[in-house]
Design a protein around this ligand. Structure first.
Ligand code: NAP
Length: 345
C-alpha cells in the first residue's frame, strides 16, 4: 500500500491556511497544522466538519509561534512537505516598522531552518504579489515572476514590505544554506472567495469598506483578484510537481477589475446589501495630490500606478493550474460569505 504523506500547514486558523488544510484532507493527505494557541483547535475542527470533512483522524495540531523555536521540531517530525502560510497580515501603520515585520522575516527563516534539519523534501511559502509586482508600472508589458518589488518603493505598506523582505530572505537562505531542501513560492494577488467560517482575511476590507459606507469616494485603482480555492490548489500543485522546485508562481485570476467596477458589481448584484456603497469616483489627480500629505493616499497613489496586466501563464503551463473562478464569481462568493456569517457592519 502507498504510504500516506504528511503535510505541515502553518497557520491553520487563517483564511488561506484553513482552505489548504481542507483541500489536503479531501485529497487524502495526513495533515499537521500549527496554531498560535491550541485553544483554536476545536473551532478549526468544527469549521472543517461544517465544510464536509467527516473524519479528522488524519489531522493533528501543534502549538507554534513564528517568533519562537518552541515546538517547530515536533511540528515538522514525520512530514514530507511544509506549506508555510502563516504570516502577520496587518494594514495599520505600525509605530515600529521593523518590529512589525520581524515575525514574517524571522518566521520563514525559522521554518526553513527546522525544515532542513527535519529532512523535509519541499517548503512552499505563501509570499505575495506585493513582493513581486508593485514596482512594475509599464502598463504596455506583462508582469511576470521575473519581477521584484523594490522594498523602498514610496507608498509600500509595512505589510507588503514584510512579504518582500521575507521572500528575499528565504531565497537567500535556500541559495546559501538550503542544501537538499526544495523551495517554491506562491505570490497571490488579493485573495477573496468563500470563507469556511466567520473569520475573513484583511483582504475583505476591499469589500467591507465599500459595503459599510466608510469609503465615501472610490479611488480609481485597478486590482487583480484570485479565489482562495484556487490559491489552495496552487499550493498543493507546487508542493508535489517536480517542475515547481526553485520557482515563484503568481496566483491571479485572468484579467483585472477596478474599485469603481467592484462598487458597481455590488450595486447590481446585491442592491440591498450594497445600499451604502458609494459610486462617486475619486479622480487620480486628487489621489496623487493628497499623497503629499497622507500615508493612506500615498499607498493609494502607488497602487494606482501598478501594472495590472499580470500573467498567470507560468502556473498554467508548469503546473497545469486552471483557476476555477472568475473575478466576478470570486467577489460574489465573498459576498455570500459576508452575508452568511453576518460580517457586514
Ligand atoms: P489570515 O486569515 O490573517 O491568516 C494569517 C495566519 O497567520 C493566521 O493563522 C495567524 O494566526 C497566523 N499568524 C500570524 N502571525 C503569526 C505568528 N507570529 N506566529 C504564528 N502564526 C501567525 O490571513 P490570510 O489572508 O489567510 O493570509 C495567509 C497568507 O497569505 C499570509 O502569508 C499572507 O501574507 C498571504 N497573502 C494573503 C493575501 C490576501 O489577500 N489575503 C494576498 C497575498 C498573500 P492567528 O489566527 O493566531 O492570528
Amino acid at each position: 500500500m502507498e504510504k500516506i504523506e504528511t503535510v505541515l500547514v502553518t497557520g491553520g486558523t487563517g483564511f488561506v491556511g484553513l482552505q489548504i488544510v481542507l483541500q489536503l484532507l479531501q485529497k487524502g493527505y495526513r495533515v499537521k497544522t500549527t496554531l498560535r494557541s491550541l485553544k483554536s483547535k476545536d473551532s478549526v475542527i468544527e469549521t472543517l466538519k461544517a465544510n464536509g470533512i467527516t473524519s479528522v483522524d488524519n489531522l493533528s495540531f501543534v502549538e507554534a509561534e513564528l517568533t519562537k523555536d518552541d515546538n517547530w521540531a515536533e511540528a515538522m517530525k514525520d512530514c514530507t512537505y511544509v506549506l508555510s502560510v502563516a504570516s502577520p497580515v496587518f494594514f495599520d501603520i505600525p509605530n515600529d516598522e521593523n518590529e512589525a515585520m520581524r515575525p514574517a522575516i524571522e518566521g520563514i527563516l525559522r521554518v526553513l531552518k527546522f525544515a532542513k534539519s527535519a529532512g523535509i523534501k519541499r517548503v512552499v511559502m505563501t509570499s505575495s504579489f506585493g513582493a513581486l509586482g508593485f514596482s512594475h508600472t509599464d502598463k504596455n508589458t506583462e508582469t511576470t515572476e521575473a519581477d521584484w518589488t523594490d522594498p523602498n518603493l514610496k507608498g509600500l505598506s509595512a505589510y507588503e514590505k514584510s512579504k518582500g523582505l521575507s521572500e528575499r530572505a528565504a531565497w537567500d537562505f535556500i541559495k546559501k544554506e538550503g542544501g537538499n531542501l526544495e523551495f517554491a513560492t506562491i505570490n497571490p494577488v488579493a485573495i477573496l472567495g468563500p470563507s469556511l467560517s466567520k473569520h475573513i482575511s484583511g483582504s475583505f476590507d476591499i469589500l467591507n469598506h465599500l459595503l459599510d459606507g466608510s469609503m465615501k469616494v472610490v479611488p480609481n485603482i485597478p486590482l487583480n483578484i484570485v479565489d482562495v480555492r484556487d490559491v489552495a490548489d496552487l499550493h498543493i500543485r507546487a508542493m508535489t510537481n517536480p517542475n515547481a522546485n526553485g520557482q515563484r508562481f503568481i496566483a491571479s485570476a485572468d484579467g483585472q477589475i477596478s474599485m469603481p467596477e467592484i462598487a458597481q458589481l455590488l450595486k447590481n448584484k446585491f442592491p440591498e446589501a450594497a445600499a451604502k456603497v458609494s459610486t462617486k469616483i475619486l479622480p487620480n489627480w486628487i489621489l496623487n495630490f493628497a499623497s503629499l500629505f497622507s500615508a493612506q493616499a500615498k499607498a493609494g497613489s502607488m497602487l494606482s500606478k501598478v501594472n495590472r496586466n499580470v500573467s498567470n501563464a507560468k502556473a498554467r503551463k508548469l503546473l497545469g493550474w486552471t483557476p476555477i473562478a472568475t473575478i466576478e464569481q470570486t467577489i460574489l462568493a465573498s459576498l455570500e460569505s459576508i452575508s452568511k456569517y453576518g460580517i457586514i457592519k
